[in-house]
Structures are given as structure tokens and as C-alpha cells.
Design a protein around this ligand. Structure first.
Ligand SMILES: [Zn+2]
Length: 121
């Protein structure tokens, strides 16, 4: 990291979802988002067994990550999951642009630049 007496904070590269979501939950969110993009839909039905295979996690981890994503606004429950056949929950995926509308930019990563305009953090 270079030092400079005149640091400015610019917009820099856009802050992204992974700046806000812990890795264990991000792998699930990223998979859901990728599937949604490929299916041109914002809604995703989460079958825990499938998630275990794709995200390489245990059911408990998938459950924990799902709860974190819902609690922190990265997934919105569209149909709540329940036990048994047909019990898979459906969620709407929330991306960065929508998330900051609700939560603000305060927690977004800002990048610092030196006098030459070079990014230093
Ligand atoms: Zn951000």
C-alpha cells in the first residue's frame, strides 16, 4: 500500500454483493443469482438437497446461510419453506442496486486514491 498525504475517496470500482455477504452465505447467494440470471427470473425455489450439491455445503449450512441472507435482505421470502413434500421455499433474489436503496451506501466499500489517481485501497 502506497502512502500519500492527500487521500481522496472516490467512487472507484462499484461495491458488490460479495463486499457485504460473508463467504459461507455468498456462495449460496451467488449460485441462486446465477441460476436466476440464466432463467431470466428473480425468483428461485430452493431445494436443500440440490443446494448441498451445488454449493458444497451441509444442509445445516444451507439453512444457516439462507437465514442469514433473508435476515440481511439479500433474499426475500416469496413462499415460506415447510417440512415435507412440496415444502421447498421460494425466494426473490436481491442484488446490490436494490439492496443499497433499502440499506443505504454506508456499509459499501469505498476506495481511496492517491494524488495521481491510483487506487491504494
Ligand atoms: Zn455496497
Amino acid at each position: 500500500m502506497k502512502s500519500s498525504s492527500h487521500l481522496t475517496v472516490g467512487n472507484g470500482p462499484p461495491c458488490r454483493e460479495r463486499s457485504h455477504i460473508p463467504p459461507y452465505a455468498f456462495s449460496l447467494w451467488d449460485w441462486i443469482n446465477a441460476v436466476c440470471i440464466s432463467q431470466k427470473s428473480d425468483f428461485f425455489t430452493l431445494y436443500p438437497t440440490r443446494a448441498v450439491w451445488y454449493v458444497c455445503a451441509t444442509r445445516r449450512m444451507i439453512q444457516h446461510a439462507t437465514q442469514w441472507l433473508v435476515k440481511n435482505g439479500w433474499l426475500v421470502v416469496s413462499k415460506a419453506p415447510h417440512r415435507g413434500i412440496g415444502g421447498a421455499g421460494t425466494y426473490r433474489v436481491v442484488r446490490h442496486a436494490e439492496w443499497v436503496q433499502r440499506h443505504g451506501f454506508k456499509k459499501c466499500i469505498k476506495h481511496a486514491y492517491d494524488d495521481a489517481g491510483e487506487q491504494i485501497s
